[in-house]
Design a protein around this ligand. Structure first.
Ligand code: 4NP
Length: 158
């Protein structure tokens, strides 16, 4: 069983999109039983009184355009114990990496990665909070998740 945690700032746009895109890819590959996939925030920006917000409506609509549902997903913040629980913590941008390092300390087991590092172009997933372009974010996430899945198969992490 490979456990993947996607991480972004608020856990209402990019990381839940990645969570449901990768869940769909592994399901289509007949590998659902081999994976545990989740997502979380570095911040508490989208969590009020311990209850997280739903996925941001434009992100939900972008997923729905591609036949994906994220019903029931609510924002949660990363916990220190997630470092041991998951095999990989896959962040959306360099800010997330900085925040994770601050919160979790040294990445002794080399588990913290950036999603776009699994593509040829690298860099950050386009942040729709600033661009307003959820389609562009979706395309980055699909490319990143394809690369991530190839990496996992090649390195037989499962
Ligand atoms: P996400 O988007 O990190 O992709 O979920 C954001 C959500 C909330 C905020 C920023 C980005 N915020 O500042 O509240």
């Amino acid at each position: 069983m490979t456990k993947i945690m996607f991480v972004c700032h608020g856990n209402i746009c990019r990381s839940p999109m990645a969570e449901f895109v990768l869940k769909d890819m592994v399901e289509k590959a007949g590998l659902s039983d081999e994976f545990f996939i989740s997502s979380c925030a570095t911040s508490t920006e989208e969590i009020y009184g311990g209850v997280g917000n739903h996925v941001y409506p434009p992100a939900r609509r972008e997923l729905a355009k591609h036949g994906l549902s994220c019903d029931g997903k609510r924002a949660v913040q990363i916990k220190p114990s997630d470092y041991d629980k998951y095999d990989l913590l896959v962040a959306m941008d360099s800010n997330n990496i900085r925040n994770l390092s601050r919160m979790l300390g040294e990445d002794k087991q080399n588990k913290i990665k950036k999603l776009m590092s699994f593509t040829d172009r690298g860099g950050d997933v386009a942040d729709p909070w600033y661009t307003g372009d959820f389609e562009l974010t979706y395309r980055d996430i699909v490319d990143g998740c394809k690369g991530l899945l190839e990496y996992l198969m090649k390195n037989s992490i499962t």
